[in-house]
Design a protein around this ligand. Sequence first.
Ligand code: GH3
Ligand code: MG
Ligand code: MG
Ligand code: MG
Length: 324
Amino acid sequence: SRAMASRDFGMGDPLALATAETGLNAQILMVEDRRASAERMAASLGQHHVVTLEADPHQALLTATDHAFDAILVSLDLAGFDGLRLCSQLRSLDRTRSVPLIMLAEPHDRSRIMRGLDFGVHDYLMRPVDRNELVARVRTQVRRKRFSEVLRGAVQASMELAVTDGLTGLHNRRYLDSHLGTLFGDAIARQRPVAALILDIDRFKSINDTYGHEAGDEVLRTFAERIRLHTRGIDIVARYGGEEVVIILPEVGLPEAQLIAERIRERVEMMPFSVQRATRSVGVTVSIGVAVRDPADVSAGDMLKRADLALYRAKAAGRNRVEA
Ligand code: GH3
Ligand code: MG
Ligand code: MG
Ligand code: MG
């Protein structure tokens, strides 16, 4: 679920990973058609990594896109084939773009080495290849790749955290604010319907007062889980305030929005909320204000204001009801 994804980064501690011995046990592809040279290099690298040998550049391209390699070594002087072209293909394909590339070159290859480095090949080794240098350069590239993967994961996780509510796993208000404008503008431009629901748990303060704040938190989590069951992937579901949730339903008109709201209201009322501290399950109800986009609306704020007024009427009319 979204809540789990935001809490478990799925990658351990980035700093611990970065400082650990990360340059080992890599999957290495070596594209080399000189047999003796290939076997010598494979033997050196094989002490630390798993090495796949390919003599044929066309087959090498298929192998490279089929498997997840941590580094690829390419001979620039393959028989009847420009190894630089293979490098350029590997740099342009989505599947292999981020895999470190190392060219195996001859001293006369200098200008091609420069071209390769220019379009993003990461490193090169000059023949005759020194085995220690080979092992060291491959390890450096593998480390670099793994570290950037850790960073990318950390950036994604923190970006997700910034738009996710920590308690419920729903989106937060910041997310709603940054997406609703575009969504609503799009609905205006295409003259499509869009609906807003504002949900507010009834007498939530008394749940806190009776069972404690922890119990209130549990109710909020369960409440969010149930709402998720009744919404689609394209809907925006955001925790708006303490015990208020806003749901934006693209492509949904008034009758359907009322039906959806009514279904959520019923589900909240019918299903018991079990709470650690309470001996019996806690009765929870919700009031919901519904509004749809009006042709006169200038912004999503106009629609939300009407939903809020409808919510106010639902509360005034006795709670546990839907008003539009
Ligand atoms: P009404 O039916 O009019 O909505 O009554 P209410 O008690 O739900 O309304 P009110 O807005 O007065 O109270 C909301 C309460 O929600 C007050 C606040 O302490 C509580 N609250 C807000 N955020 C949280 C939270 O994250 N956890 C818990 N446990 N309580 C929260
Ligand atoms: Mg409230
Ligand atoms: Mg209130
Ligand atoms: Mg309330």
